[in-house]
Design a protein. Structure first.
Length: 255
């Protein structure tokens, strides 16, 4: 643990500290992203300055427990969204999943449905062959209102990645990030979404994430969330598979 903290930038040490002492976690793309505040008649414009989601759930593996949380702040042209996802699973007495994702994105609206962002992400999953990966990117995003029940978000940016493969050495490499998310509201209070995130590194250690989510209301602020998460790593250490998947079900409370 001390070795990892010596390798981390200060922001990652703080985020890991919060993750260790908190039961709040959020799967990326489980919660609809906040629409840039300059968009008129946005459903998010009616929300308070602070809002979020907290909940608990299960995954497909026996004995899996999960906690989730997203915290959103917005004021004027600025917004910030923090997320945390933690999955732990055992199967026949052996640990089969131990995954931690922490992310934070700050946005500034520059025009109607357009914004600049700073994105920070920390990922730890020893089952994919890495002690940790950390990405910091800056970029541009565009929000497209396709019709009354669906929208599309596209982002592109560049930055750096710090990573430490199991059995390898710690390294830093420049990266490019491409992100897209489609959301469809198939009822007044339920929606499904598909988010795809690609990290392209100069050393070929690219990472591709896909998250498919269905959210349906249960009672009042309680929601049922189903998600399928697939991660593909272009470079893995010997003995590790490039593809990892996770299916989750959560009860979430919106506040």
């Amino acid at each position: 643990m001390c070795f990892l903290f010596n390798q981390w930038p200060a922001w990652m040490a703080f985020m890991a500290f919060m993750a260790f002492f908190s039961v709040s976690v959020q799967a990326m793309a489980d919660e609809p992203d906040v629409t840039p505040s300059v968009i008129s008649k946005s459903e998010f414009a009616k929300k308070p300055e602070w809002s979020g989601t907290v909940g608990l759930g299960l995954s497909s593996s026996t004995g899996t427990s999960q906690a989730l949380n997203a915290l959103l702040w917005h004021r004027g042209l600025w917004s910030n969204q923090s997320r945390l996802l933690y999955n732990y699973a055992t199967s026949q007495g052996e640990v089969s999943a131990d995954r931690l994702d922490v992310s934070n994105q700050t946005r500034y609206d520059i025009a109607l449905q357009q914004y600049l962002f700073a994105n920070l992400n920390y990922h730890r999953n020893h089952f994919d062959g890495y002690y940790f990966r950390a990405d910091e990117t800056l970029g541009y995003g565009h929000f497209f209102v396709l019709n009354q029940v669906s929208h599309l978000r596209l982002e592109a940016g560049a930055g750096v990645r710090q990573s430490h493969p199991i059995g390898g050495v710690y390294s830093t490499h420049p990266i490019a990030r491409l992100y897209g998310k489609y959301l469809w509201k198939f009822s007044p209070h339920a929606h499904l979404s598909e988010a795809v995130d690609a990290i392209l590194a100069d050393n070929g250690a690219n990472t591709y994430n896909s998250i498919f989510t269905v959210v349906s209301p249960l009672y009042g602020p309680l929601n049922l969330r189903l998600a399928f998460i697939a991660t593909y790593n272009a470079k893995v250490q010997p003995g590790f598979r490039p593809m990892n998947t996770l299916t989750t079900i959560n009860l979430a409370y919106n506040f």
